[in-house]
Design a protein around this ligand. Structure first.
Ligand code: BEZ
Ligand code: FE
Length: 302
């Protein structure tokens, strides 16, 4: 084709995708091209602005590594991650809500026994976490697996200290036969998402801060139930209403109760003040989680 202009370019690009053998990819790319072109027309994108955007995405690519996921940060700070989570995690009333995954999950985190020490030397004030995993009728989900991960008092996840460091403040454990779980960790603190790269510059240029309210991450799985990826947020945190990644849901906010030095829930005597947190996870049965007919959940490209 020739003589492309602002009136025919969109149709021409979409037409080139018509013979793709992957129908879902065709749907995605057609819509993406339509929206991208509509954006350029709507804002009357200048060539300088287009090039600045290309430079920005190049910087995002350059800083990205296996442990520095700048593209995820970009998706998170633009609300895309929360939108995709919301679209894909509609649950019956009463089930624990999902929220953003974040870039700091690790496969195969260390296993701890019930009651074990998840902190493993991470800096922070002691916190004893307990709770139950139940179905929507309140029946316990025996032996549910919980993965938990959190930042330390300095606001860093273990992986941010380097690949050779031992895992700290993250673990995998199983609830008991009554769905109960308990472990020792450190108090969650608010922290800024990594903001020394292009996403941080973008936030600054937009007059936005990079802070997330204090939270614990959980991934909870059990046979017959939809996998739950969520956080528990600390009540009273100053960033609950301005989370840099839009992840807060009211139903996920809980109290971290402060206790003076003395007898701790694990039977030891704490010489320093400590905190306790209790939370109930309500899992969505897998049958209720099936994708609506005609809605594809995954896309294979290539
Ligand atoms: C996190 O909570 O770990 C996180 C989420 C989104 C961006 C950065 C960090
Ligand atoms: Fe986090």
């Amino acid at each position: 084709m020739r003589n492309m202009d602002e009136d025919n370019i969109t149709r021409a690009v979409i037409g080139m995708h018509a013979s793709s053998g992957n129908p879902r990819l065709r749907v995605l790319m057609t819509s993406l091209v339509q929206h991208l072109h509509a954006f350029a027309r709507e804002v009357e994108l200048t060539e300088d602005e287009w090039f600045r955007g290309i430079q920005f995405l190049t910087q995002v690519g350059h800083i990205t590594t296996a442990t520095r996921q700048e593209f995820i940060l970009l998706s998170d700070t633009l609300g895309l991650s929360t939108l995709v989570t919301a679209l894909n995690n509609k649950k019956p009333q009463g089930c624990t809500e999902a929220t953003v995954f974040g870039p700091f999950h690790v496969e195969d985190s260390p296993r701890v026994e019930l009651g074990g020490d998840v902190a493993n030397g991470a800096q922070g004030e002691p916190c004893f976490v307990s709770g139950t995993v139940v179905d929507p009728d309140g029946r316990s989900v025996p032996h549910a697996e919980l993965q938990v991960w959190q930042a330390d008092a300095a606001g860093n996840y273990d992986v941010q200290y380097g690949a050779d460091e031992p895992h700290r403040a993250r673990a995998t454990l199983n609830a008991d036969e009554r769905g109960a779980f308990y472990f020792k960790s450190i108090r969650a603190e608010s922290y800024p998402i990594p903001h020394d790269g292009p996403v941080g510059q973008m936030l600054e240029a937009l007059g936005r801060h990079p802070w997330r309210p204090a939270h614990l991450h959980f991934m909870v799985t059990a046979p017959g139930f939809e996998r739950l990826i969520t956080h528990v947020f600390r009540n009273g945190d100053q960033y609950l209403d301005s989370d840099a990644v839009f992840g807060v849901r009211s139903s996920l906010i809980a109290d971290w109760d402060e206790h003076p030095p003395g007898h701790a829930p694990d039977g030891t005597v704490s010489a320093v003040p400590f905190y306790t947190l209790n939370f109930r996870f309500v899992l969505n049965p897998a049958s209720a989680a099936a994708a609506p007919a005609g809605r594809k959940k995954t896309v294979a490209v290539g």
